[in-house]
Design a protein around this ligand. Structure first.
Ligand code: AGP
Length: 633
């Protein structure tokens, strides 16, 4: 949540800050602001609402500054009003600070600083930071490890040791016009290295147009950036040796490339994403005569051998992908699996089970609840003193450079490329692919599957990119037309069973997120135990009915809904007479192995929610109240 940018160098800072904030707006868009320093002036401009409001305010302002910081906010403490927008300053307005995260002990710090005469002007937790730094600059205390030239760094470092919570910070001071200080404590922050210039940001896309040389700060690190260099210290003041790495992202990834919205572009990227996953993780030379696994996840035997249980921790769409993962791990690999909301698990973990693989699933790799739950589990198991309970931790993420990969020792990179739309689409499909690979690998290792069946599923996986292309080609126009029928609809029900029950949940979440229509995903067989009472002619029911173990059952459940006058939309196999007879509207997908069907059935649901929202004129890529990566509890 919240995006931070900073710049120091030889170019005009404000345009770099605004361009950076544009790429970070997916992290929050309640308000935005920038602060720059030049010619003995600290200039601060802030605006409520989206970044474009700030841009309007900045229009025509000549700002020669070569140093500045910027912020786009997802409100936690204090309403999304201009006086709560970042950057925040100290009483004398000489220090400006932007923050992403939460300062948990801000109330007591605020009282302490107020008692010393500091004047507060916002309702935010962040505002304590500039006041605290100002206090330490005026009254230096403690173990001054650093030199006189780095007084700002020293004051900021002291201030950091007083803050509790998870945060990333960038700050500047009028009294130190050649310094940009950045801090990371459990919220992401990267530094970009240019020629005589440095950038900082919450996420790499903000600095991608300027440099590919990037250093990711670790927790508990503070850096001082000047036109001459970057120095990194820990919070005790000791200098660390750190070097940038070269990114392999491409700036084209952050463009819409002719699509009206990023979400639609990302839906269309799904065949390519599945192709990339297959190329990366499938051994193309494998056949039933081979004496090794067809899957190339490169995970160590010690992680996967002799497993008795799997537990998966995730939030939101990643939690839905994990439910498909549970189905695969249980039905294909034969391993009992539980899926927990990370936010719930943190405060009520189940008793430890032996020989357990713990998987954290998070596309961003930055979701605070998921990271905290994984950290807690890793520590709980390490401290148990019993080898049977020792931690075996795996992360599934789309960001191999994220906090998740620092937390857990093994990662499956889902390789979907950068996803900008707040509603996850291609990263969900890529997470499903990761679960296919993992469950097949485990099934092979445990001899839980015949080689013939394994070969059949692999062949099915290989067909998926072309089948996805077919779904997109054949359906987009029809779904767009169908969306016209729902301009007044207020409630939707999505039903599915077995491996497609999580797809019903995901279809409902997509619709809720971007169209603000109330939607429920339900196991089709459970409708009659309560929710069927909601149905009438005004509540459409979307049923996912693909051939396999529960096909006829779902058709019967759909008939039960029809008998209550609900309009029935079916995600069904192509050319299926039973389906044609049952449903009022058809969203056909190729008739594939039931196990593989979620990869295809989710696509019409993504398109449906996209077109309903776009038709209502809503902000599809940045829906209200949401942020792409939820880095607060
Ligand atoms: C998905 O459309 C949502 N924006 C949201 O539910 C998301 O999946 C959730 O916040 C978890 O994010 P993560 O995968 O980055 O951890």
């Amino acid at each position: 949540m919240c995006g931070i940018v900073g710049y120091i160098g030889t170019q005009a800072a404000s345009s770099i800050l605004i361009e950076g904030l544009k790429t970070l707006e997916y992290r929050g868009y309640d308000s935005a602001g920038v602060a720059t320093i030049s010619e003995g002036q600290l200039q601060r401009t802030r605006a409520k609402g989206k970044l474009k409001n700030l841009q309007v305010k900045l229009e025509g302002l000549e700002d020669p500054a070569r140093l500045g910081i910027g912020h786009t906010r997802w409100a936690t403490h204090g309403k999304p009003e201009e006086h709560n927008a970042h950057p925040h300053t100290d009483t004398k307005e000489r220090i400006a600070v932007v923050q992403n995260g939460i300062i948990e002990n801000y109330r007591e710090l605020r009282e302490e600083l107020k008692a010393k005469g500091h004047e507060f002007r916002s309702d935010t937790d962040t505002e304590v930071i500039p006041h605290l730094i100002a206090e330490y600059l005026e009254n230096p205390t403690g173990d001054a490890v650093l030199t006189e030239q780095s007084r700002l760094l020293e004051a900021a470092r002291h201030a950091m040791t007083r803050l509790e919570g998870a945060f990333a910070i960038a700050l500047i001071s009028l009294d130190f016009p050649d310094e940009l200080i950045v801090v990371r404590q459990q919220a992401p922050l990267v530094i970009g290295f240019g020629q005589g210039e440095f950038f900082c940001a919450s996420d790499t896309p903000a600095i991608m147009p300027y440099t590919q040389a990037v250093l990711t700060l670790e927790n508990g690190e503070i850096a001082r950036l000047t036109p001459l260099g970057a120095e990194v210290y820990d919070f005790t003041g000791h200098r660390l040796k750190k070097y940038p790495q070269t990114l392999n992202w491409n700036p084209i990834m952050v463009e819409k490339q002719g699509f009206k919205h990023f979400m639609l572009k990302e839906i269309y990227e799904q065949p390519g994403v599945v192709r990339t996953c297959l190329e990366t993780y499938l051994d193309t030379a494998w056949d039933t005569q081979s004496s090794h696994s067809p899957i190339k996840l490169n995970l160590p035997d010690a992680l996967l051998d002799d497993l008795q249980h799997v537990q998966i921790l995730a939030c939101g769409t990643s939690w839905h992908a994990s439910l498909v993962g549970k189905y695969l791990l249980e039905q294909v690999s034969g391993i009992p699996t539980v899926v927990q909301y990370a936010s719930e698990f943190r405060y009520a973990p189940a008793p430890l089970m032996p020989h357990t693989l713990t998987i954290g699933v998070t596309q961003s790799g930055e979701t605070a609840d998921t990271l905290a739950a994984l950290d807690m589990e890793q520590q709980r198991r390490s401290k148990s003193g019993n080898a049977d309970y020792s931690p075996r931790m795996l992360g599934i993420t789309n960001r191999a450079d994220s906090s998740l990969s620092r937390l857990v020792p093994h990662i499956v990179d889902t390789k979907a490329g950068l996803e900008i739309g707040v509603a996850a689409t291609k990263t969900f499909v890529a997470q499903l692919m990761a679960f296919y690979f993992l469950s097949l690998d485990l099934a092979y290792r445990r001899q839980a599957i015949s080689l013939e069946r394994l070969a059949e599923i692999i062949e099915g996986l290989r067909q998926l990119p072309a089948q996805l292309e077919l779904v997109l080609e054949s359906q987009e126009r029809y779904v767009e037309e169908l969306s016209h029928d729902f301009s007044e609809t207020r409630d939707f029900i999505f039903i599915g069973r077995g491996i497609n029950y999580p797809i019903a949940l995901e279809g409902a979440l997509k619709l809720k997120e971007i169209s603000y229509i109330h939607a429920e995903g339900y196991p089709a067989g459970e409708m009659k135990h309560g929710p069927i009472a909601l149905l009438d002619e005004k509540v459409p029911v979307v049923a996912i009915a693909t051939k396999g173990t529960v096909y006829e059952k779902v058709l019967s459940n759909a008939q039960e809904a029809k008998a209550r006058d609900a309009r029935l939309i079916g995600v069904v196999p192509m050319n299926d007479p039973d389906a044609e007879e049952t449903f009022d509207a058809l969203l056909p997908v190729p008739n594939v192995d039931e196990l593989l069907s979620p990869i295809l059935t989710v696509v019409p649901l993504q398109l449906l929610s996209y077109h309903i929202a776009a038709r209502r004129g809503l902000d599809v890529d940045q829906p209200r109240n949401l942020a792409k990566s939820v880095t607060v509890e």
